[in-house]
Ligand binder design. Structure first.
Ligand SMILES: [Zn+2]
Length: 246
């Protein structure tokens, strides 16, 4: 990802390249998977064209308010996420059995998630400015955060990891979740539709995840997803509720 891109530069270059290049190629190669009888790539292609339009709107309104947040992270392919997970697993003392489970907990605790269940794999979510919550409490980032917190929902955007992971109203009783991330924003109508597919086809998703995780574990020679495979639904679904109802 190019460093220091404004939202506008990001839309013009990276987001457009992802839609016109990566997704269209994937459609042509017909290697994409499906959920039920729906092609995931076809859904993403339609969905991300909409995300691009809406993000353009958000960027325009923010520019009028003299705010130009930098986009620091966007789409992450599952192979990138998997390679990073594998590196983390090793550096955190991962191995067979309990050792592996402890390493997985440490990786998740550090705010990094497993391949296949990152919202960054959808193309609907992006990070702005800094991955430090404290920075969004004052100064330039504080102003951006306060503005987004008040106004983003009117433009369809939300902060999925808002508030403590165990305090989210709709998440009561969930075993796992991701902590507050003031930098992570999402286009709600599309990301929620993708999340609904997870709820609607949990077995299909589980099967795809198992296949994906198996390829990474085979490469490493050890199961790196014992713990994650028991809590992935909670990790996915433990997000802030509908921003339009807040
Ligand atoms: Zn993020």
């Amino acid at each position: 990802m190019a460093p220091e891109q404004t939202m506008q530069e990001f839309i013009q270059h990276e987001l457009t390249a992802y839609i016109e290049g990566t997704l269209k190629q994937r459609m042509e190669s017909e290697k994409d998977g499906s959920l039920g009888n729906v092609s995931m790539t076809a859904i993403q292609l339609e969905a991300l064209s909409e995300v691009k339009r809406q993000l353009n709107g958000l960027s325009t309104v923010m520019n009028e308010q003299k705010m130009k947040p930098k986009i620091i992270s966007y789409y992450r392919a599952s192979h990138e996420q998997g390679a990073k997970w594998s590196m983390n697993f090793e550096s955190r003392g991962g191995g067979p059995g309990k050792k592996g489970e402890r390493a997985e907990q440490k990786i998740l605790g550090a705010g990094f998630t497993a391949p296949g269940i990152s919202r960054h794999g959808w193309g609907t979510d992006f990070d702005i400015e800094s991955t430090d919550n404290a920075k969004f409490k004052r100064g330039k980032q504080g102003k951006q955060y306060d503005w987004l917190n008040d106004n983003a929902k009117h433009l369809g955007f939300c902060q999925p990891y808002k508030g403590g992971r165990m305090q989210r109203v709709e998440s009561a009783g969930r075993k796992a979740g991701i902590g507050e991330e003031r930098w992570h924003w999402s286009y709600y109508p599309v990301s929620q539709a993708l999340l609904d597919l997870v709820t609607e086809f949990p077995n299909d998703v589980q099967e795809r995840l198992n296949q994906l995780w198996q390829t990474f574990s085979d490469k490493k020679g050890v199961d790196m997803f014992q713990h994650v495979s028991t809590i992935w639904q909670d990790l996915h679904l433990n997000v802030a509720g509908n921003p339009f109802l807040q």
